[in-house]
Design a protein around this ligand. Structure first.
Ligand SMILES: Cc1cc2nc3c(=O)[nH]c(=O)nc-3n(C[C@H](O)[C@H](O)[C@H](O)COP(=O)(O)OP(=O)(O)OC[C@H]3O[C@@H](n4cnc5c(N)ncnc54)[C@H](O)[C@@H]3O)c2cc1C
Ligand code: SF4
Ligand code: SF4
Length: 1003
C-alpha cells in the first residue's frame, strides 16, 4: 500500500531514482529542483504541499511509463491540468504530472454525431475556438475557460454559468480512456459496450449501488450541483438532471469528479451542442437581497440559460472602477441591493424576446414592476458579463493578510431555500467577525461566497466553526456541501458527513478496487486530512510545525502600499507600511497572487507573453510570483532570492506590465523584476551588456558624433559575431542606427518657448520630453511631435538638460541599477515639477520612458514631487485626445492614403493609453484605425537584442503581430514603441511609424 500521509515525502534515494528513471525512460520534462517543486506545490486553494517532483509528459507513452516507474518506486501520482482547483485537489506529496503543456491535442471531432475526443491537457476555450467553425461548442462554460483543461474539468466535475441549460461536466462526458494504477489501460463508456476490466469495474460499482440503495435514496443530495464523493449514483440517478439522455449508464461518469484518485485519464470523449445563435438578457433589479434570492425559484421556471447574481458590494466595486462604471450603469434602475442577470438563449430571436417579456410580466406579478432592464443586442450583454467577472477579480485583490477564503464557497441548496440559507449564512459570518460577498449561480442554488479570514492568525479556527455552521444549514435545507469546486483538501473530510458512513465505505471500496495500491492522489476523497490542518496551509500559522515567516529584506523600491492589514468587515486597509512585512511589502506583493491561473490565458490582452510562447509554469506570472514568495519566506533555502535559479525564473519576463493591468489581484511582476534585479546584481555584479544597455542615455550623444564608426558593428559581420560572443547581443539583429542629425543637433529652436511662457499659456501648453531613443535614433518622431503641437497652437517648452536629453532611468531600471535610475529621475522631476504644478502637461513619445513617471517614479521615495508630475505626465496621444475632448485641439488633417493598422506598446496597454491613440487616429478624416490584437511584440526594450532571448522574442512576435503585418502590406502601420517598430522592421520588413509622424504628414 502506498497511502503515505499527504505531507510526507519520499526518501532522497527514491526521489533520485525517480528522477533518473524518468530522464532515462521518457521524453518528458523532469523537474525536481526546489523552485519547480515549489511552483507545483500550490493551486488556487489556501493549501501548499511540496511534491516529490514534477513530470511534464510529451506523449501518452511518457505518462504510461511514468505511472509504471512511480508504481515501482512507490511514489504517489498527482495528475494536474492548469492547477486552478480551489480546494487543493492538485497538491500532494507525490509526483505531479502536468498534462497542460504538451498533452493538448484534439484527437477527433465528429460533427455529425456532435462529439470530440481530446487529450486531457487541452484548454476548454481552445477546444471551443476550434469547434466554432462547425457551429458547435462544449457547453460547460466555467469562468476559468481560458485556462481550465478538459482533464481538470472532468477531474472536478466542473460546472458553468449555464449549467441549468446544459448540466455539469458529468452530463457532458461520453467516454474516456484511462490508466489504472497497475498500468492497464481501460475504456470507460456506456456500460453495455464495455469489455474486460471496464465490465469488472461496472459490475463492482453496480453491486455497491445495489447494496446501498436505501442509503443513497436517503442521504444523496437531490440537487443538480453535487460534485462531492464518487458518482456512485450513476446506477441509481439522484441528480435533478439525468446523467444520460436515454437513462443508460456510462461508466466514464464514475471518473468525473473523482479528482484524479481513481485513474489517470488518457483521453476524453465529450458531448458537443450547437452554439446558440441568439441570446437576450434581462437584468432584474431588486431593492432587497432577500427578494432577489426568493425570486430565483420563480424565474427559473421561464427556462433561462443562466441566472447569475451580482450583489450590492459587487455593484459598488464595478461602479467605483471608471472602466466598468458605464457598463454597470446600463444595468441599474436606481440603487438596487442585488441584480439577477437572466439570460435566454436559442435559435429563434422572437421567441427569446417573448421570454424577456414574460420575465417582465413575472416580475410585475411578484410585485416588482419596472424592475427589468432588457438587453437584446449582443454588445451590452457581453459587456455586462465581463463586468460580472471583473467584480470578482476586484474582490480578490484585497491587500493585507486577510483574504477571501474558499471552503464553503459553493454549497448548493434547493432554490426554495436560497433566501433563508443566504440570510442565515450571512449571520454566521457576522458572528465570526467577518463578511462575504455573494455572487454567481442563482439558477442552481450555488452562490459563491468567501468570508475574509487571516489564515496566519486564527483563520483556521474560524474556518472550521463557519464550515460547521454552514454544513448544518446545508443539511437543514437538504443541499450539497460541495456544489461546484470539489472536495480536495478543504472539503474531503465533509464527504462522510454528507453521505454517511455506509456510502463512505462504498467510496472506499471503489478506490480500493480501482487503485488498490493508493497510487493516485492518496488521502483525497478517502481518508482525507482535516481541512484546518495548518501544516497544509500555504501560510502555516504559528502553532503549526513550520510557521510561515518572511525573511527581513531592505528593498530598493517602496512597497509600502502592499504592506498593510485589512479589516475583514469593512475591508478598509491600514496605513501603508503598517502591515508588519519584514520585507517591507515586497513579500506581501508576491503573496497577493492567489494562484487563480488567469495569467495562463491566451485570449485578448497582453499577459503573459513568455507563457504564451513557452507554456511553462516557470515562465508565467503565477510561477514567478510563487517562486518569489517561496524565496522571500526562506522555503527555497539560503540565498534563493539572488540565485541563478531565481534569475532564470524571471529571465523571460519582458516587463511588459501586462500583469499589472490584467492580473485579477494586481500582481506587478515588472516592478518585482526591478527589485529582484537590484538584489541579484548587487550580489553578482553587472555584466558588460548590462552596462552598455543601461548607460546608453549617457553615451548616446558621444556616439552620435561618430555614426560611421558606431554603426560598424552592424556592417561588419565579424564585429557582429564578436558582439554576440563578448557582449551577448544577438548577431542576428541589427542595432538601432546611429546618426549625427539627432534631435538635439537639428531641432528647430523657434518651435519652443521658455518655461515661463509655457506656464503662462497653460493649459494651451505642453512640456515636450524627448527621450534618448527618439532623440538619438528616430529624431523625425520628436521633430514631428513638436511641429504637430505648434501647428495646433500650443506653447511648447522643451524639457532638456545641458542642451540634451533628460533620462527617465528606464534603461538603468532594466539592468537593476536602481540608484542610477533614481539619480536620473530626480533630475527630470526637478526640471518638470514647476510645470506640472502649473498644470502644464509633460508630453512624451516613448511609452516605456514617459510612463516611468506614472509608475516606477512613484515608488522610489520621491514623495509628492513624483505624484504631482505623474498626474501631468501624458503620452502625446493621451494629451491630444484629452485636448480634443476639451475642444482645445484643432488641426486640419488630410485623409490617410491607406487603412491604418495600430500595434499598441505593452505599456500603452497597461496604462489604458490605447483608447486615446485610437481616438486621435479617428480625428483623421475617414479613418477607421484597426487595432492588431497582440500581446508583446517580443522586443521589450533590450530583451529581444539579447542573444539568449532572440528565439523567444521572435516567437512572441510571430504569435500575432508579424502575421497581421504581413497580411496587410498596404496598411499604414502605427506603433509608438521604438522596440516595436524595430521588431516589425526586422521580422516583417515593414515600416511602422510613430503617431506623431502620421499626424505631421497629414497636417
Ligand atoms: C477564479 C476561479 C474561477 C473558477 N470558476 C469555476 C467555475 O465557474 N466552475 C467550476 O466548476 N469551477 C471553477 N473554478 C475551479 C476550476 O477552475 C475548475 O475546476 C477547472 O475545471 C479545473 O481545471 P484545471 O485544468 O485547472 O484542473 P486542475 O486544477 O489542474 O485539476 C483538477 C482535478 O483534475 C485532476 N486531473 C487533472 N488531469 C487529470 C487527468 N489527466 N487524469 C485524472 N485526473 C486529472 C486533478 O488531479 C484534480 O483533482 C474556478 C477557479 C478559479 C480560480
Ligand atoms: S499572477 Fe495574477 S493572474 Fe496569475 S495566478 Fe497569480 S493572481 Fe492569478
Ligand atoms: S510583466 Fe509581462 S512578461 Fe512579466 S510576468 Fe507580467 S505579463 Fe508576464
Amino acid at each position: 500500500m502506498l497511502n503515505k500521509p499527504v505531507s510526507g515525502a519520499a526518501s532522497n534515494e527514491t526521489c533520485q531514482a525517480l528522477s533518473r528513471r524518468l530522464e532515462a525512460e521518457t521524453e518528458g520534462e523532469v523537474l525536481f529542483d526546489d523552485g519547480a517543486r515549489g511552483r507545483y506545490a500550490t493551486d488556487a486553494s489556501i493549501y501548499q504541499v511540496m511534491p516529490v517532483g514534477v513530470f511534464v509528459p510529451r506523449t501518452s507513452r511518457d505518462v504510461a511509463t511514468a505511472i509504471d516507474i512511480a508504481r515501482d518506486l512507490k511514489v504517489p501520482i498527482v495528475p494536474r491540468g492548469a492547477g486552478t482547483s480551489q480546494c487543493g485537489q492538485t497538491v500532494g506529496a507525490g509526483l505531479v504530472i502536468d498534462n497542460s503543456k504538451y498533452r493538448r491535442a484534439i484527437l477527433d471531432v465528429d460533427v455529425e454525431n456532435r462529439t470530440a475526443r481530446v487529450e486531457p491537457g487541452l484548454v476548454l476555450d481552445h477546444l471551443n475556438a476550434a469547434l466554432k467553425k462547425h457551429g458547435l461548442w462544449h457547453p460547460v462554460d466555467v469562468s476559468t475557460s481560458a485556462q481550465a483543461t478538459l482533464g481538470g474539468m472532468a477531474g472536478n466535475n466542473s460546472c458553468g454559468s449555464r449549467s441549468i441549460a446544459y448540466g455539469n461536466m458529468v452530463h457532458n462526458m461520453l467516454g474516456a480512456t484511462a490508466w489504472l494504477s497497475d498500468g492497464s489501460e481501460v475504456k470507460f463508456g456506456p456500460v453495455d459496450r464495455l469489455g474486460g476490466l471496464g465490465t469488472g469495474i461496472a459490475d463492482f460499482v453496480r453491486g455497491l449501488a445495489v447494496q446501498n440503495r436505501d442509503e443513497i435514496e436517503a442521504n444523496w443530495p437531490k440537487v443538480l450541483r453535487r460534485v462531492a464523493g464518487y458518482n456512485l449514483d450513476i446506477f441509481d440517478n439522484q441528480n435533478e438532471r439525468p446523467y444520460t439522455q436515454d437513462g443508460s449508464v456510462n461508466l466514464a461518469h464514475l471518473l468525473v469528479g473523482s479528482e484524479g484518485t481513481l485513474a489517470f485519464t488518457k483521453d476524453l470523449t465529450l458531448k458537443l451542442v450547437p452554439l446558440p445563435s441568439n441570446k437576450v438578457l434581462g437584468v432584474v433589479n431588486f431593492t432587497s437581497f432577500h427578494t432577489a434570492m426568493d425570486s430565483a425559484q420563480h424565474i427559473v421556471k421561464l427556462g433561462p440559460s443562466a441566472v447569475e447574481l451580482v450583489d450590492r458590494i459587487m455593484i459598488e466595486l464595478a461602479l467605483s472602477n471608471p472602466a466598468f462604471r458605464p457598463t454597470m450603469e446600463t444595468a441599474l434602475i436606481g440603487k438596487p441591493e442585488a441584480i439577477l442577470l437572466v439570460e435566454f438563449s436559442g435559435e429563434d430571436k422572437p421567441v427569446l424576446v417573448q421570454k424577456l417579456k414574460d420575465l417582465v410580466a413575472l416580475m410585475g406579478d411578484l410585485g416588482l414592476p419596472g424592475s427589468v432592464v432588457e438587453m437584446e443586442a449582443d454588445a451590452p450583454q457581453k459587456n455586462l458579463w465581463e463586468v460580472r467577472k471583473a467584480g470578482l477579480n476586484i474582490m480578490m485583490s484585497l491587500k493585507g493578510d486577510g483574504k477571501p477564503v474558499s471552503f464553503i464557497e459553493d454549497c448548493a441548496v434547493p432554490l426554495v431555500h436560497l433566501a433563508e440559507y443566504t440570510a442565515a449564512l450571512t449571520d454566521v459570518f457576522a458572528r465570526h467577525g467577518t463578511h462575504g460577498t455573494w455572487y454567481a449561480h442563482a439558477s442552481v442554488g450555488t452562490l459563491h461566497v468567501r468570508p475574509i479570514l487571516d489564515m496566519r492568525r486564527g483563520g483556521a479556527a474560524n474556518m472550521r466553526s463557519i464550515a460547521e455552521e454552514a454544513s448544518a444549514l446545508v443539511r437543514q435545507y437538504k443541499g450539497a456541501f460541495s456544489g461546484e469546486h470539489g472536495d480536495g483538501l478543504c472539503r474531503g473530510e465533509w464527504i462522510q458527513w454528507q453521505f454517511g458512513p455506509r456510502i463512505n465505505e462504498a467510496f472506499r471500496a471503489i478506490k480500493s478496487y480501482m487503485d488498490p495500491i493508493g497510487l493516485f492522489s492518496p488521502n483525497r476523497i478517502i481518508d482525507p486530512p482535516r481541512m484546518d490542518d495548518g501544516n497544509l496551509f500555504r501560510t502555516p500559522p504559528p502553532d503549526s510545525g513550520k510557521p510561515y515567516t518572511v525573511q527581513p529584506l531592505t528593498t530598493v523600491l517602496d512597497w509600502s502600499d502592499w504592506d498593510v492589514q485589512n479589516d475583514p468587515i469593512t475591508e478598509q486597509t491600514s496605513a501603508p507600511g503598517s502591515g508588519g512585512d519584514p520585507a517591507h511589502g515586497f513579500a506581501k506583493a508576491a503573496e497577493i497572487c492567489n494562484n487563480n491561473g488567469h495569467c495562463r490565458k491566451f485570449d485578448a490582452g497582453t499577459m503573459c507573453p513568455s507563457y504564451r510562447v513557452t507554456r511553462d509554469e516557470r515562465h508565467v506570472t503565477r510561477g514567478r510570483a510563487n517562486t518569489l514568495r517561496l524565496a522571500l519566506s526562506g522555503q527555497l533555502g539560503e540565498g534563493a532570492l539572488t540565485s541563478q535559479a531565481m534569475h532564470d525564473t524571471l529571465d523571460l519576463c519582458v516587463s511588459c506590465k501586462g500583469c499589472r493591468r490584467e492580473c485579477p489581484t494586481g500582481v506587478d511582476m515588472a516592478k518585482m523584476k526591478v527589485e529582484f534585479l537590484a538584489h541579484y546584481k548587487q550580489a553578482r555584479g553587472f555584466s558588460l551588456k548590462d552596462r552598455l544597455v543601461a548607460h546608453l542615455p549617457d553615451y548616446a550623444d558621444t556616439l552620435s558624433h561618430i555614426p560611421r564608426w558606431a554603426n560598424l558593428r552592424d556592417r561588419v559581420p565579424l564585429i557582429r559575431w564578436f558582439s554576440e560572443k563578448l557582449v551577448g547581443l544577438s548577431a542576428r539583429r541589427a542595432l538601432p542606427r546611429w546618426r549625427s542629425d539627432t534631435f538635439w543637433a537639428a531641432h528647430d529652436q523657434s518651435l519652443f518657448s521658455s518655461r515661463e511662457a509655457a506656464i503662462a499659456a497653460a493649459p494651451k501648453a505642453a512640456a515636450l520630453f524627448v527621450d534618448t531613443f527618439n532623440a538619438t535614433f528616430e529624431s523625425e518622431n520628436a521633430h514631428a511631435a513638436a511641429r504637430v503641437l505648434k501647428k495646433a497652437g500650443y506653447t511648447i517648452y522643451l524639457v532638456e538638460k545641458d542642451r540634451g536629453h533628460h533620462c527617465c532611468g528606464r534603461t538603468f531600471l532594466a539592468a537593476g541599477m536602481v540608484d542610477k535610475a533614481k539619480d536620473k529621475l530626480s533630475a527630470l522631476l526637478a526640471d518638470v515639477l514647476p510645470l506640472a504644478e502649473a498644470g502644464v502637461a509633460i508630453v512624451g513619445l516613448e511609452p516605456s520612458c514617459l510612463l516611468t513617471l506614472r509608475d516606477e517614479a512613484l515608488c522610489m521615495g520621491f514623495g509628492d514631487r513624483a505624484k504631482t508630475v505623474s498626474t501631468q505626465a501624458l503620452l502625446l496621444e493621451e494629451f491630444l485626445a484629452r485636448e480634443a475632448k476639451a475642444g482645445r485641439f484643432s488641426l486640419p488633417l488630410k485623409s490617410a492614403p491607406a487603412p491604418i493598422l495600430l500595434h499598441g506598446h505593452c505599456h500603452q496597454k497597461a496604462f489604458g493609453a490605447v483608447a486615446p491613440i485610437l481616438e486621435v487616429l479617428r480625428l483623421i478624416p475617414g479613418a477607421s484605425p484597426e487595432l492588431i490584437e497582440t500581446s508583446c511584440c517580443g522586443m521589450a526594450g533590450s530583451f529581444g537584442y539579447d542573444a539568449d532571448h532572440y528565439d523567444v522574442s521572435m516567437q512572441m512576435a510571430e504569435l500575432s503581430l508579424l502575421p497581421a503585418v504581413r497580411k496587410n502590406p498596404d496598411a499604414i502601420l502605427v506603433a509608438d514603441g521604438t522596440s516595436c517598430r524595430h521588431q516589425i522592421a526586422h521580422g516583417a520588413g515593414a515600416r511602422a511609424r510613430h503617431v506623431a509622424v502620421l499626424l505631421d504628414e497629414l497636417s
